[in-house]
Design a protein around this ligand. Sequence first.
Ligand SMILES: Cc1cc2nc3c(=O)[nH]c(=O)nc-3n(C[C@H](O)[C@H](O)[C@H](O)COP(=O)(O)O)c2cc1C
Length: 341
Amino acid sequence: MTPDPGSVMRHRKRRHIDVCLTEPVDYQTLTTGFERYRLPYNALTQTDLDAVDLSTEFLGSRLSAPVLIGAMTGGAELSGIINRNLAAAAQQLGVGMMLGSQRVMIDDAVAAASFDVRGVAPDVLLVGNIGMAQLQTSPASVLAKVLDRVGANALAVHANPLQEAMQHNGDTDFSGSMARLREVAGSIGYPVMLKEVGHGIGAAAAAQLADCPVAAIDVAGAGGTSWARIEQFVRYGEVRYPELAEWGIPTAQALTEVKALLPDVPLVASGGIRTGMDAAKALAMGAEVVAIARPLLAPAVESAAAVADWLQGFIEELLVCLHGCGAGNLKALRKHGVTPA
Ligand SMILES: Cc1cc2nc3c(=O)[nH]c(=O)nc-3n(C[C@H](O)[C@H](O)[C@H](O)COP(=O)(O)O)c2cc1C
């Protein structure tokens, strides 16, 4: 008997989680590039650390800090626990959260429950998620329904041609996807954010987005988790094409390139954001918020408190960064900018 597509996808999601928890899935040679910049330090700062204000607005929602939990998972049974722990921590800290791909919700009603987080996170900015490939095959009304069902505030569309090319039976036909993105972004009735999955949106992609009504772009650059690496572990049990696993646009470069071409589009810096200092540099370079994915996976398997602990440490470091460069809030931080290291 051939297994139903829903259970195949649930199994794949579970393999992704297991590989992410057990294998070396970070880029081995490529870095984010943030190490090439320094946040200017000011011994005569006039700020009060206790009064530094990290609050901001993103996609129409107020955030206590410019931080999103990156898109991770959904579908597999464990995903429900992971998503609820992430969401409860986001609610506690007043940060935003992106869900993992909701494709499984379209094909498989069993999987839908793993995305139900509004019960524990009634107030968070919640961003739904779908792949470019599903834009081709699903009408906007079906996509809107999966967003309605989870109570999302916005939709992230992930463009991931390299990941799909490495995946067994991946979706590899992206022809016409740009026109479809334009159509969906203009008609779905939710703000649409475009993202990669860790190989980066850079100048070439940004140039194609000039007349596309996206509400934000998450550059999701290289230097952190490599999905071309993960998919090779899942498919072959080893990395057979190391150069493909190391391919992408480093996050700092992606951010600079997209900012230069699309100065008015709000940007998320993600891909290898690991410390409050990484975040401070990205925000000083013009990102509105940062997102963190894989470092939160193991804590999310454990508990909401473990996720909140991790994020609290990250936010505390970010607060000290603003204080130490003399910025009382994010607007002031942006004025300070960064200097070459
Ligand atoms: C376990 C796991 C599952 C992921 N699933 C998705 C997904 O369904 N949709 C998506 O857009 N990105 C997904 N991502 C990619 C992340 O959102 C992020 O872009 C990427 O991991 C790079 O960020 P990082 O270096 O902080 O992990 C996933 C990442 C992880 C670790």
